[in-house]
Design a protein around this ligand. Structure first.
Ligand code: KG4
Ligand code: ZN
Length: 344
């Protein structure tokens, strides 16, 4: 592509957890989105923060280089660099932040500090060069479900978002990953539970809903319930897990999904929103995707489901947030520091 000085070219950088990613967005369209996953955590049953930041340090330069090359963009063509400021693991965030700051300083271009959970919502606005996909109309609702968050967000405009419900303890992604660990499934367990559940009977085992008022969620009780269920069953049959893994995964997954959508249905009723979306790693879940379509039909709402590539952590969504912020000239100072926890 022959870039002109009028083009708005944003490099996005994501390093909040265990994926190092870089993406290039030209005039709001994504031209590259490179993600390097970190296999190093698999055998530990979860992300090891020190190993994650070390892997980010190894990956960041080749990942950015690949993203620029794939988009056919030179560093000197860039208009701005957007990076994840938080929330996330501090050591991981520091790698992306330090890289973005020094790269931008050398190029004399602005930096844009992006909120990771807002960026998950912005995944709904990512378009490929020849695509013209339908995007949600404002105001809309987004169930944002990841490894660290579970939120029902009311989005009034690209940058105006309010959390109207959220988990009071664990996140939905954790509920999947921790259940997977108890079943002897490697980290991250969410995608593997999803895979096993495909051939299982979801009606076989029953679980109860945690009692939390309004639009909030709780997943820590469910984790304990699942643990006691496995302990009870394995007392009489030590092979219970191996013999019933697919049915256990299907029943548990179905329960988590119906709990997530029960509150989302309440949010639709309370807000009157007609456009409803899901985002974040757990929105890659096939049962959640299917049941959201059913919920849309029941409530007469339009549903928006991101492509799998943009559900889990990726830099295209960071660049997309960056694009919205660039238009408002919402730039960060070179003194900006990453934050493990920040409000939306
Ligand atoms: O958004 P994400 O990539 O990272 C965070 O911001 O946390 O989400 C990761 C989470 C993990 O808990 C992972 O198990 C879960 O998303 N996940 C899934 C699926 N794919 C990823 N959970 C259920 N089913 C899936 N297919
Ligand atoms: Zn995420």
């Amino acid at each position: 592509m022959n870039n002109t000085h009028k083009d708005n070219i944003i490099l996005g950088i994501e390093s909040s957890c265990d994926d190092t990613s870089a993406a290039v967005l030209i005039n709001g369209k994504v031209y590259s989105n490179v993600v390097a996953n970190q296999d190093v955590h698999t055998s530990y049953g979860g992300v090891v923060p020190e190993l994650a930041s070390r892997a980010h340090q190894q990956n960041i330069v080749p990942v950015v280089d690949k993203a620029l090359k794939q988009a056919n963009v030179k560093a000197t063509d860039l208009s701005a660099i957007a990076f994840t400021k938080g929330p996330g693991l501090l050591g991981s965030l520091m790698v992306g932040t330090a890289f973005a700051k020094s790269f931008a300083l050398g190029l004399n271009i602005p930096i844009i500090d992006v909120h990771h959970m807002k960026a998950h919502v912005h995944a709904h606005f990512i378009q490929k060069p020849n695509e013209n996909v339908e995007t949600p109309n404002f105001p809309f609702l987004c169930l944002t479900v990841s490894g660290g968050h579970t939120q029902i967000v009311l989005i009034k405009s690209p940058l105006k978002m309010t959390i109207i419900g959220e988990t009071i303890d664990d996140a939905a992604g954790e509920a999947f990953d921790k259940a997977a660990k108890q079943l002897g499934i490697d980290y991250p367990g969410g995608p593997l539970i999803d895979k096993m559940a495909k051939d299982g009977n979801e009606k076989r085992f029953k679980f109860t809903y945690p009692k939390v008022a309004g639009l909030n969620y709780s997943f820590s009780g469910l984790k304990t319930q699942f643990l006691y269920f496995l302990q009870e069953q394995t007392k009489s049959n030590s092979n219970f897990i191996e013999e019933n893994k697919k049915d256990i995964c299907a029943s548990y997954q179905s329960h988590v999904v119906s709990y997530l959508l029960k509150k989302l249905a309440l949010a639709i009723k309370e807000t009157g929103c007609k456009d409803v979306a899901i985002a974040g790693g757990v929105s890659a879940n096939s049962k959640l995707r299917k049941e959201l379509i059913n919920l849309g039909a029941q409530t007469n709402c339009n549903v928006f489901i991101p492509s799998i590539e943009f559900c889990t952590d990726n830099a295209a969504m960071i660049a997309m947030s960056g694009y919205f912020m660039y238009k408002e000239k919402l730039f960060a100072k070179q003194t900006v520091t990453p934050q493990a926890r920040i409000n939306i």
